[in-house]
Design a protein around this ligand. Sequence first.
Ligand code: NAP
Length: 292
Amino acid sequence: METRSLGPGAPDEGAVTIGGMPLSIRDRPDEATGIAVLHAVLDAGVTLLDTADVYCLDHKDIGHNERLFAKALKTWSGDRHNLVVATKGGMVRPEGGWEHDGRPAHLTQACDKSLRALGVDRIDLYQLHTPDPSVPFADSVGALAELQKQEKIRWIGLSNVSVAQIEEARALVTVVSVQNRLSPFFREAIETGVIAHCAEHGIGFLAYSPVGGGRLNKKLPTHPVLAPMAERLGASPHAVVLAWVMAQGPNVIPIAAGRSVKSALDSTTVASLKLTADDLSSIDEAGFSIAR
Ligand SMILES: NC(=O)c1ccc[n+]([C@@H]2O[C@H](COP(=O)([O-])OP(=O)(O)OC[C@H]3O[C@@H](n4cnc5c(N)ncnc54)[C@H](OP(=O)(O)O)[C@@H]3O)[C@@H](O)[C@H]2O)c1
């Protein structure tokens, strides 16, 4: 698989990464299927896996996806040395809702829980899940700096951030990666200059919900531009969209995801799929409605 730089001081990673969210939230598959998905993508050459403490059903289930990753890695027969597992802290799931909690005390506690759930002494990449509007951003980033000092985390990443927040964080720590949303449906990471800013500073851009997320991805197979393009290229419409996402910058690594071995493996084929300039501009110019 083609590789791309994860960020300053971090190794190159397979150009497509897999996220575990659909394996642990509502409508998740059984554990054996979740583990089979993870084993299949690792066998296919994926070297970076993305999880979060809040990929679970609710506050009683925190760490579900991290525990699933730990089980899958323990039983995988491949070489684990070059694998990077990225997790996140800074959100909570009261009664199944999604809320911010970027207080330093919460981040410290969440990181300890993630270490236990993943069964490791140090987390490879720890990402601030999202800025918390009720906590000064520098305080949340400062908590991650402290965790790094204590060697509980190796690299620091940010998620759901603006260029100004990246710069605020860079004044305090080395930011290895930024994880924001990017798909043909949602292009704000391009429009606000976040991807270009990351590229300028060698920061990896991890594109989340790259095929539009659980609902919108279902529109891809009948899309008037994508469907014929996919047929011509002998690829799935999802793979074509992932290739468009990857083409948005040399630092862009899409975080694909799927609840079945078939769809997760299909996403890994994108690393060898090349779109022409005409293909890319057709997708650029096409409409992608987010209406139901
Ligand atoms: N940092 C953040 O705030 C944040 C937010 C959201 C997501 N994320 C990360 O990004 C990852 C992906 O995001 P996402 O799950 O929201 O959205 P997504 O990857 O855009 O969509 C996922 C859904 O699309 C379907 N799909 C994907 N590739 C497919 C293929 N090749 N063929 C057929 N179906 C395909 C899958 O359906 P099936 O499940 O039916 O297979 C899957 O559930 C997450 O796992 C997580 O790691 C981060």
